[in-house]
Design a protein around this ligand. Structure first.
Ligand SMILES: C[S@@+](CC[C@H](N)C(=O)[O-])C[C@H]1O[C@@H](n2cnc3c(N)ncnc32)[C@H](O)[C@@H]1O
Length: 249
């Protein structure tokens, strides 16, 4: 008999932001598959549950391993951070299904939504995503930097609020600074910029600044950067984007 595969997200980090549906899937699983630090967020409640830890950046390999386990009859949960469909494992699972064993297409595969970093970061500062927005990953592991530059310029021209995932890593220290340079050529220098580190956790830290003053060194791998639209504004310690364009500042 074939098993099942559910892809879940742990949310941004705080246990309360894991959904009840995710907790139910985790409780039922015989096998958990994921990047080590994400598996560490899951309390060990069942001694018979197997944990398959893997390193970062081996998503496709991890997805294939999870699919093989499900095909062998196991009840598998693949664990991502945040939401599993946002720059995460759900897409890797479907990439593996598309290119892998045709039998995997008949498996019982499900995705449970989670709280993505962008939503947790927005909630820390008010309502910066109150108008139209988009999300861009600055990681060039899976796409060319020239593609990212094109996306940044298009998003700025369209006046979206822009959520930047993966803004920096040790291997890519200069890209966020370059991204700000592109945005400065199109957006007002007064545009609010937010650096939200460890959003949705007790260690959350927010830096609110402007595009002119934004310092890329403020960001690390646990930071989500939000660049406002022309209507995004500060009221005291809050930042929000009004719902109507008539409210332009
Ligand atoms: C590979 S992406 C995974 C995103 C994840 N699937 C999600 O939905 O949040 C990792 C990036 O998400 C952002 N991120 C994840 N958790 C975060 C948090 N608690 N606070 C701020 N940013 C976070 C950071 O930009 C980080 O580099």
């Amino acid at each position: 008999m074939s098993g099942s595969l559910v892809v879940v997200g742990t949310g941004p980090g705080k246990a309360e932001l894991m959904t009840p549906a995710t907790l139910a899937a985790l409780a039922k699983a015989t096998d958990l598959v994921g990047y080590g630090p994400y598996l560490d967020r899951i309390p060990k409640t069942r001694p018979d549950q197997r944990r398959h830890r893997s390193d970062n950046r081996v998503e496709l390999e991890r997805a294939r391993h999870a699919l093989s386990l499900a095909a062998a009859g196991r009840e598998v949960v693949v664990v991502s951070g945040g939401d599993p469909g946002v720059f995460a494992m759900a897409a890797a699972v479907f990439e593996a299904v598309e290119t892998g064993d045709p039998g995997w297409r008949a498996l019982d595969i499900r995705v449970e939504p989670g709280v993505t970093a962008m939503l947790a970061a927005a909630a820390e500062v008010g309502a910066p995503l109150g108008g139209d927005f988009c999300a861009i990953s600055l990681s060039d592991n899976l796409k060319a930097w020239t593609t990212i530059e094109r996306l940044l310029r298009a998003a700025a021209e369209a006046d979206f609020v822009i959520a930047l995932y993966n803004p920096a890593s040790k291997a890519r220290p200069h890209q966020l600074a370059q991204a700000f340079e592109h945005l400065r050529t199109i957006k007002s220098s007064k545009t609010p910029v937010l650096f939200v580190r460890a959003a949705g956790t007790p260690e959350a830290k927010v830096v609110t600044t402007t595009l002119a003053a934004a310092d890329a060194a403020q960001a690390d791998m646990r930071t989500l950067v939000i660049v406002g639209a022309s209507t995004t504004r500060r009221i005291g310690r809050w930042v929000y984007t009004p719902r109507s364009e008539g409210a332009a500042s």
